[in-house]
Each structure stands twice: as C-alpha cells, then as structure tokens.
Design a protein around this ligand. Structure first.
Ligand code: NAP
Length: 249
C-alpha cells in the first residue's frame, strides 16, 4: 500500500516500538492515529512532531484502552470521524506480567491475554467493516519471538503472542480476496521500557545468547512494519527481527 495519505491506527504508540512505528508511518506521509492508554504527553508530543515535519504526514493522539472492546470500537470510530477511513491497523499495544507458572495467578494470565491477544481482535473487529467496504487494508500484528520459542516465566505472554500468529494466518486467508493483507512481526529483544525492567545481570545473560550481541532498536521494528504495509503481495507472513536469537533456542 502507498503510505502517502493512507490512514493508519497504531495501538500503544505513546512509547517504545509503537512510537517508532507511528513516527515512521508519519514520515512516509500517512495520517496517523497515535493510540495510548495513559501516557497522554508523549503521545501528543509525537503527534505534534509529525504535524510539524511536513512531507504530507499528519497525526492525532487518541486515548483508548484497547483491552476493552468498547474502547477499541471508539478508537476506530474516532479515526473514521477524523480522517474518513482506516487503511492500516498496527496492533502493537502489549504488556507482560512475568511469573513462573507455579506463581502465576488467574488474574496475571487474564490481564495479558486480554490486551495482547483479545485487544488485537477487538480493534480488527471494529476496523474490518471499513476495510471490507474499501476493499483495501493492511493489518500488522506485533507478536514476539517468545510466541515462537516460548520462555520461562512467560506462559501468558507466549500464549498470547503465539495466538496472534494463528490469528494472523486465519485472517490473512479470510481477507486476501478483499485486498486486505495481514502479517505478523516477531521482534526479539528490543530496547524499550518493557525490556528496561529486566535486571542488568539477566540482560547481560540474554545479550550473550543473541548472535548479533546486542538488543535491537524500535526503529528496526518500525522498518519491518513499514515493509509489511508497503509489500502488496505479502500476506500471512511472520517477519523475524531478532538479531538471530531464535536460532539459539
Ligand atoms: P512499551 O515500551 O512498554 O510500550 C507499551 C505501549 O503499549 C505503550 O504505548 C502503552 O501506552 C501501550 N499500552 C499499554 N496498555 C495499553 C492498553 N490497554 N491500551 C492501549 N495501549 C496500551 O512496550 P514495547 O516494548 O514498545 O512493546 C510494544 C509491543 O511489542 C508489545 O506488544 C510487545 O509485546 C511487543 N514486543 C516487544 C519486545 C521488546 O523487546 N520490547 C519484543 C517482542 C515483542 P501507555 O504509555 O499509555 O501506557
């Protein structure tokens, strides 16, 4: 899809990977909805930056908790009110609540599944009627290499991220004839607030397992998301951007 003038919703775009994705799409000339949950200031700062940069990109920040189906619907409704359509949906919002299974409570499981897996369906469910009517759309789901490989203390997170891969393929099959592509991106370890929470000694151990010897940057993932959107013949694909760490698992 040509990004110039296309309308893109990026969930969880106030910080980290989503922030870099939204900025990249704005730079490419898209009209970007920067969704956030609580971090209004950074979301609005990014919108202002995109609006001032020129190159055709525009942006607006919209608060919505996409783990709530009503909020997800409102996010898409407000997008259509603002920009008249929705061409691109990047399901990026995600959290982790890491605990070994013997300590994991039902609430820990539900919280992660509710946002990281169900939230994706809620936004797709709301955006789909518009994409079907337009016969045009691109959906990119932010999975994780943990969804492919599994990881100790991440049963909830790996289940949600693996679920996204199955959802991506099924949605790709169902929507191909409507000219809607659906792809997934699986980042490895990327420097964001999510990985900042990892203790330094654990980070050092992780880094030793990464063939490229370092964590990735949000921009590495933003480039992959842009590739998914711009490549009109790619659907049902999973892009691994992980410095080679998956080969070591
Ligand atoms: P992050 O820095 O913690 O940022 C998370 C973003 O999600 C924030 O913008 C946050 O908004 C938003 N968010 C949280 N709960 C939300 C909700 N209920 N509704 C809407 N937005 C919500 O995380 P990140 O590292 O950039 O991760 C982004 C995505 O990439 C996640 O799906 C994550 O699982 C995936 N991923 C990350 C890595 C990594 O190494 N970092 C690796 C693989 C996959 P507020 O600021 O308003 O809270």
């Amino acid at each position: 899809m040509n990004l110039q003038g296309a309308v893109a919703v990026v969930t969880g775009a106030s910080r980290g990977i989503g922030n870099a994705v939204a900025e990249e799409l704005g730079r490419a000339g898209a009209k970007v909805v920067i969704n956030y949950s609580g971090s209004q200031e950074p979301a609005e700062e990014l919108a202002e930056r995109i609006n001032q940069t020129g190159g055709g990109g525009e942006a607006v920040a919209i608060q919505a908790d996409v783990s709530d189906p009503n909020d997800a619907q409102r996010l898409i409704d407000q997008t259509v009110e603002q920009y008249g359509r929705v061409d691109i949906l990047v399901n990026n919002a995600g959290i982790n609540v890491d605990k070994p299974m013997k300590k994991m409570e039902v609430e820990d499981w539900d919280k992660v599944i509710q946002l990281d897996l169900n939230g994706c369906f809620y936004t797709v469910h709301a955006a789909l009627p518009h994409m079907l009517e337009q016969e045009l759309g691109s959906i990119v789901n932010m999975s994780s290499y943990i969804g492919e490989a599994g990881n100790v203390a991440q049963a909830n997170y790996s289940a949600a991220k693996a679920g996204l891969l199955g959802f991506t393929k099924t949605a790709a099959l169902e929507l191909a004839q409507s000219n809607i592509t659906v792809n997934a991106v699986c980042p490895g370890f990327i420097e964001t607030d999510m990985t900042d929470a990892i203790p330094d000694d654990v980070k050092e151990k992780i880094t030793k397992t990464i063939p490229m010897g370092r964590f990735g940057q949000p921009q590495d993932i933003a480039n992959a998301v842009r590739f998914c959107i711009e490549n009109e013949y790619m659907t049902g694909a999973t892009l691994d951007i992980n410095g080679g760490v998956y080969m070591r698992t």
